[in-house]
Design a protein. Structure first.
Lengths: 352, 343
């Protein structure tokens, strides 16, 4: 192959650029080696001697040489970039992304967070981006439409499903057991002596919200509690929704003595409504959340909740994704454990 | 005299690689159609020439991504509303949003700039920047806007608030309540935000003829723990302040928690105010009086600017949005001015 050793545009006017970008040929010239040697050292280090590798490494950092990504993409057909698609910008997804990023950086990838807004169209735009090699792979943190994913299961990019159970599409699943976590939350309230327990849920079109509601219903039924005393209301995964729905529950007869909120944001909203009614948290009404977010931990009193290792969830999703990119198949699904974090918002029901 | 900088074109790549322009074009769009030799020659030429397909040209070809990359300095929930604002403005214009995290590391910020330049997104919004970009850098950069600029020298279009004026405003609020001994818990050392807050604090005191007492300026680091540590120092003072201006809400919440733990009532025994109005402020107990930074609007306006830039429309270079004091329950008059209580 013909090798252009001289850049035809070299130094035709040294004044035109006072801060020239350092190019690969500058590094090569400084070292007295060919451009292709530098190129090999940077992209296929196994093909060059350790001594050359060291010299190139030292010179590139001394000269602050930075590879041109567009050219590199073209050369290797790999972007070394990953996407993590999240349904909303909420603290839970920031934590998962934090873990994903730690692992990606460790493995030599950069990672971008893509926002789907639970919009299936947008989600598929990002999947297509990976297919068209804008990124090497994607972690889908929950999905807006399971059926649509299943329909295109033969034309999916390299991907991993995280947090939610996304079944039947043949991709690794890194999740938590939302049903088991919800059961533990409700059982905690039952063990404290509560018999009138309400559930404030998230959007019913999200599998995560449905699983948490199912865990609630199963535990209530198993304990033989009166369903009429254990109402379920649903809204958004937000403070405002939790506050509005709690205000409604507080006017209900008979009033529940405890609430299982489908996430911490709903729970904190509910606590605000309880405070505004001048009721005693953990005495008149107990509240337990799910996710173990900072907003609950810093609340006064701190929120009792169901926790799980969000950073580890993100990390394991990236590990599985990078293994998939490397061609590994039949990666095992992983279910991270949840734990009951008893803090200050749950207690025995007040004597009646 | 400067000659205008000549940019490398696809013609140069074709000439150096010894192939036709059509072949180079195919190498970018359908590389699988090329022989390995031709691809190799073009790759080599691209690299040697440092050729970067022109963003505008690519857009003409219809291969734009319709994505904007928003880069944040930390994964703090404080930035969530900036995303939300950016997302809403982007959605209205048919764009999607990607988020990158620079950890305030220059090389990572520059890497995101490169990624956008390489065509992974159409434009870049930097939420604060560690870069400092002069006009020379800008010629090499993809369309970029800075959101929440904190006063580093750079020539990129930006959306900002006047941090010094906002800090002066909340300090004046405490003075208006009757406070004269006011402590300030500083932000993290080395941050320009830290010096802006201190400047505003001192300016308010000076305007009202109150001497600045360095002993009332306590170290902090923008965290809950830092606020608690500073509050612990305050309660041991022989002549403690009657009010505290914390450099951000997290610091203020740490102080609230510590005062509560030693049975100092807020605001009866001491007033506490913060800065940012992040979500925690409204749900703190007592609810925190603070400076509302219009984060949603900052994100929204920055994205609007980006969309205008991409449409080659004229934009306002710098936009300064108003911050405002939000009065909740954590500040009141000093004890000497409080009505006598029944007990």
């Amino acid at each position: 192959m013909a090798m252009p050793v001289e850049d035809p545009m070299s130094d035709d006017d040294p004044q035109i650029d006072t801060k020239p970008l350092v190019r690969m040929r500058d590094v090569a010239r400084a070292l007295g080696v060919s451009v292709s040697t530098v190129s090999r050292a940077l992209s296929q280090p196994r093909l060059v001697s350790v001594e050359t590798l060291d010299r190139v490494g030292e010179m590139t950092s001394r000269m602050k040489y930075r590879p041109n990504l567009a050219a590199r993409d073209l050369r290797t057909r790999a972007t070394r970039a990953l996407l993590v698609a999240v349904p909303s910008f909420s603290p839970l997804f920031l934590e998962i992304f934090r873990g994903a990023e730690q692992e990606a950086v460790k493995l030599g990838y950069s990672v971008l967070m893509a926002h789907t807004g639970s919009d299936a169209d947008r989600e598929h735009v990002f999947l297509d981006q990976v297919l068209s090699q804008q990124a090497d792979g994607i972690v889908l943190v929950t999905t807006g439409d399971q059926d649509r994913l299943a329909k295109r299961r033969t034309s999916l990019p390299v991907m991993v499903a995280a947090l939610d159970r996304i079944s039947d599409i043949g991709v690794p699943n890194m999740r938590i057991d939302n049903i088991a976590g919800a059961r533990a939350a409700v059982q905690h309230l039952i063990d404290l002596g509560h018999r009138r327990i309400a559930h404030i849920g998230g959007p019913v079109d999200q599998a995560m919200a449905r699983d948490r509601a199912d865990g609630f219903a199963q535990t209530i039924a198993a304990a033989g509690l009166e369903p009429w005393h254990c109402p379920r209301v649903t809204g958004e995964f937000s403070l405002a929704s939790g506050e509005a729905l709690m205000a409604r529950l507080l006017t209900r007869y008979p009033r529940p003595t405890a609430v299982f909120a489908a996430n911490d944001e709903i729970a904190v909203g509910a606590l605000q409504a309880i405070k505004r009614d001048n009721m005693r948290i953990g005495e008149d009404i107990s509240v337990i959340g799910f996710d173990d977010l900072r907003i609950g931990m810093l609340y006064d009193p701190p929120l009792t909740t169901i926790g799980f290792d969000k950073v580890e969830l993100g990390r394991s999703a990236i590990r599985a994704l990078v293994a998939s990119i490397a061609g590994q198949t039949d990666l095992p699904d992983l279910t991270l454990p949840t734990s009951l974090e008893i803090r200050g918002t749950t207690g025995r029901p007040a004597a009646e | 005299m400067h000659k205008p900088k000549r940019s490398v074109t696809i013609h140069d790549v074709a000439r150096v690689a010894g192939v036709s322009i059509a072949t180079v074009s195919r190498a970018f769009n359908n590389p699988e159609l090329l022989s390995p030799d031709a691809r190799g020659a073009i790759e080599q030429a691209v690299q040697v020439l440092n050729y970067r397909p022109h963003v505008a040209a690519r857009r003409l070809r219809g291969s734009r991504t319709n994505l904007i990359l928003v880069v944040v300095p930390s994964l703090n929930p404080y930035f969530l509303d900036i995303f939300a604002g950016a997302e809403d403005a982007a959605k209205a214009a048919g764009y999607g949003v990607l988020v990158g995290h620079s950890e305030r590391v220059l090389s990572r910020e520059r890497d995101f700039v490169e990624q956008v330049a390489a065509g992974r997104a159409d434009g870049l919004i930097l939420v604060t920047t560690v870069g400092g970009y002069d006009s020379d850098d800008i010629t090499r950069m993809p369309p970029s806007v800075i959101a929440l600029d904190v006063g580093e020298a750079n020539d990129l279009p930006k959306v900002q608030i006047d941090h010094v004026a906002a800090a002066e405003m909340i300090t004046s609020y405490l003075i208006d309540l009757g406070h004269r001994r006011i402590a300030h818990i500083l932000g993290a050392p080395g941050s320009s935000l830290t010096s802006h807050r201190l400047d505003g604090f001192q300016r308010a005191l000076a305007r009202r003829g109150i001497a600045y007492d360095p002993a009332l300026c306590l170290p902090g680091d923008f965290t809950v723990d830092g606020g608690a540590t500073a509050a612990a120092a305050i309660v041991t003072m022989a002549d403690p302040p009657t009010a505290v201006f914390a450099a951000n809400d997290q610091t203020a919440i740490g102080a609230l928690q510590f005062f509560k733990s030693v049975d100092w009532r807020v605001p009866e025994d001491i007033s506490v105010v913060g800065f940012d109005d992040e979500r925690l402020a409204a749900i703190a107990s007592p609810a925190l009086s603070t400076v509302h930074v219009p984060t949603y609007q900052i994100g929204f306006r920055a994205m609007q600017k980006m969309i205008l830039l991409l449409a080659s429309q004229p934009i306002e270079q710098d936009t300064t949005l108003e911050a405002e004091v939000v009065v909740r329950r954590s500040a009141g008059p000093p004890r000497a001015l409080q009505p006598k209580s029944a007990n």
